[in-house]
Design a protein around this ligand. Structure first.
Ligand SMILES: [Zn+2]
Length: 321
């Protein structure tokens, strides 16, 4: 198993991971029959603040890198369906008048050998995408872009499938992210489940706080360029520093890249969290994650929400490129 010294030190011990998997599995059948009910008081109390007016726009290009699938009823618990939901792993290229950057530099070439073995058993079996994978460098090269042409990256969160593409980028490309996310992923003796520390090593981090006002139904924000074109919003719960990226796109649309706050828009429409398996493994704070789904559900019309793994949403956006 390819495994550097550092990655071994960063691993969650396998025994505790197996026990967590067992607990998650045991809790799942009941939830498939009786999904968690929406918090009607929370929903009734949500208001929507205006997004800052956009005086610039960005070009958004989807880089679809891999596919996989999961039963619909575990992605949105309690859905009465035996259907396998097609999922994707994707990066998003954003071109702003002042910078070219990536939201979620998702997968490097050879990710099955270079990153996934860093995850403890049995997580590595659960998360691997189908082969082949289009590595980030190849995805960029297909658009005549070199890694060195990228000014910075912003992950929606630090799970492995949103940052492994860093291995295809020069070490000089900095990463912007909330300080709380950095400290959660890299602060303890072991990497949290879903985090691979290898791609994060020897990176330059530009840490920030979401210290701006409420935007839409989200409590905190950061207007990245001060022009309303790229506004980061608080989607914490899935991980402590999960963010959404609200874009004013040059085709006139408003797009919210929602990371893994939901895996599918089905969760937003039905107001459903993931089933305990996988939610108990991969959602850091289930209550906060469910509250964030309420905020997505309560969004005003006209926002195109793209969940990071929602193949249908990602494909629909790619068709507009
Ligand atoms: Zn993910």
């Amino acid at each position: 198993m390819p495994d550097s010294d550092g990655s071994r030190a960063g691993r969650t011990p396998t025994l505790s991971t197996v026990l967590r998997c067992c607990a998650a599995l045991a809790a799942t059948p009941g939830r498939l029959l009786r999904p968690r009910q929406p918090d009607t008081a929370l929903l009734a109390g949500l208001t929507s603040a205006d997004a800052p007016p956009a005086t610039n726009t960005v070009r958004l290009t989807v880089l679809n890198q891999a596919t996989m699938s999961a039963p619909e009823t575990i992605v949105a618990e309690g859905v009465r369906s035996l259907r396998e939901l097609p999922l994707t792993m994707a990066a998003f290229l954003i071109e702003h008048p002042r910078a070219r950057f990536l939201v979620d530099p998702a997968l490097c070439s050879g990710v099955h050998d270079r990153v996934i073995p860093e995850m403890p058993f049995p997580i590595q079996l659960l998360v691997a995408p189908d082969k082949p994978v289009l590595g980030l460098a190849d995805a960029l090269a297909a658009r005549d872009i070199a890694g060195g042409d990228i000014d910075f990256v912003i992950p929606t969160h630090l799970h492995w499938d949103h940052v492994s593409g860093l291995l295809d980028l020069p070490a000089s490309v900095p990463m912007k992210l909330p300080a709380v996310e950095h400290d959660w992923a890299l602060g303890g003796p072991h990497a949290p489940i879903g985090v691979a520390r290898g791609p994060l090593r020897e990176r330059t981090f530009d840490l920030f706080e979401l210290d701006g006002p409420p935007v839409l139904t989200f409590a905190r924000s950061k207007d990245l360029f001060g022009d309303g074109s790229v506004v980061l919003v608080d989607l914490s719960g899935h991980t402590p520093g999960s963010i959404g990226v609200l874009l004013a796109v040059d085709d006139g649309t408003r797009v919210l890249l929602a990371g893994d706050s939901v895996w599918s828009k089905l969760q937003i429409e039905l107001l459903r969290e993931k089933a305990p398996m996988p939610g108990l493994l991969f959602d850091n704070n289930r209550d906060a994650a469910f509250a964030t789904i309420h905020r997505l559900h309560a969004l005003p019309p006209g926002i195109e929400v793209i969940a990071g793994h929602d193949l249908a949403a990602v494909t629909a956006r790619a068709a507009k490129n």
